[in-house]
Design a protein around this ligand. Sequence first.
Ligand SMILES: NC(=O)c1ccc[n+]([C@@H]2O[C@H](COP(=O)([O-])OP(=O)(O)OC[C@H]3O[C@@H](n4cnc5c(N)ncnc54)[C@H](O)[C@@H]3O)[C@@H](O)[C@H]2O)c1
Length: 353
Amino acid sequence: MKYNNILITGGAGFIGSNLAISFKRKYPKLKVYVLDNLKRRGAELNLPRLKENDVNFIHADIRNPEDLLFDFDVELMIECSAEPSVMAGLDNPRYIINTNLTGTVNCLELCRKHKADIIFLSTSRVYPYKAINKIKTIETDTRFEWLPAQDIFGWTVDGINESFTIQGPKTLYGATKLSSELLLEEYIANYGIKGVINRCGVIAGPWQFGKVDQGVFTYWMLAHYFKKPLKYIGFGGKGKQVRDLLHIDDLFNLIDIEASQLSKINGRIYNLGGGKEVSLSLYETTKLCQQITGNKIKVASDLNTRPGDISIYLSDSSKATAELSWQPKKTAKSVLSNIFTWVSNNEMELKKI
Ligand SMILES: NC(=O)c1ccc[n+]([C@@H]2O[C@H](COP(=O)([O-])OP(=O)(O)OC[C@H]3O[C@@H](n4cnc5c(N)ncnc54)[C@H](O)[C@@H]3O)[C@@H](O)[C@H]2O)c1
């Protein structure tokens, strides 16, 4: 590890807290700072584990530049602070724009002042939902599948790669993340900052406080564990929509590699996800959650497809595999089992939220 100090924004969140602790465990001499405004319900539960692992917590809001004045030298920033819900912008665009776009500008300014490198957590949602939903599908017993042999730039039956179109509406969440990516590219070009962009599909694992509009696999497991009702929403209401998932440890391995070779990969964009191999429909997730928890709960059906929703998303991460010798290792079942173990070990605390 060539850095002495790293700062993880959104570091009390799911991805930020897990990365902070994994970095500290792998490189005990590294000083790891995290900042968070604790907006996400549940983020407060991460504070004791950050402390136990000798990670320094700073209570700060990235929307406020005065919160970002530090007396230590930031050498690498991992930008994980965001409103990550696709639904969030619908009733309050200003909030998501302030957090996901103005907040990023403040983070980029911090990097400029500190001459810090940056690893940016972006999203597969930069790709427009209409173009994704135009890819022809068939319905099998358990899931939707893409039909092979369609002539679409940036797409194969195994996933969407970095060349897929970005033209068209992509939700305010996707638009604010893409706008942040564009600004990051300018900071790299103009201010000598080194950086990389990771367009992630669904990331899953322990310490994600899954809710109905974000963190779906944890949400599904929590509902099975605590026997709460669920709903298949949209696309016929049968739960056949599909996402790939990537375990947080697989994401850490990738970011660790990126941090070690930022000069070489400066300015690059990577699509990251479990791909077809590590993907599930909601229906299949229900079956696995039943198997793992032994609980069967009622799953209702809502035929109304939510605006901006997509029927299938699979990441084509072959660029990251080829350039960084990285590959996800965890299977879909092992991701869910790992979440189950975490829920059962923290049942009392999780019950409260
Ligand atoms: N989890 C996923 O599946 C996924 C997929 C693609 C991209 N991402 C991206 O990864 C990053 C982290 O996502 P996550 O899943 O850990 O979400 P999370 O909600 O668990 O973590 C985000 C953290 O940011 C904090 N935060 C929000 N607004 C803030 C502000 N103004 N100032 C300071 N802190 C603030 C929240 O309190 C929270 O702890 C986000 O940028 C998200 O867009 C996540």
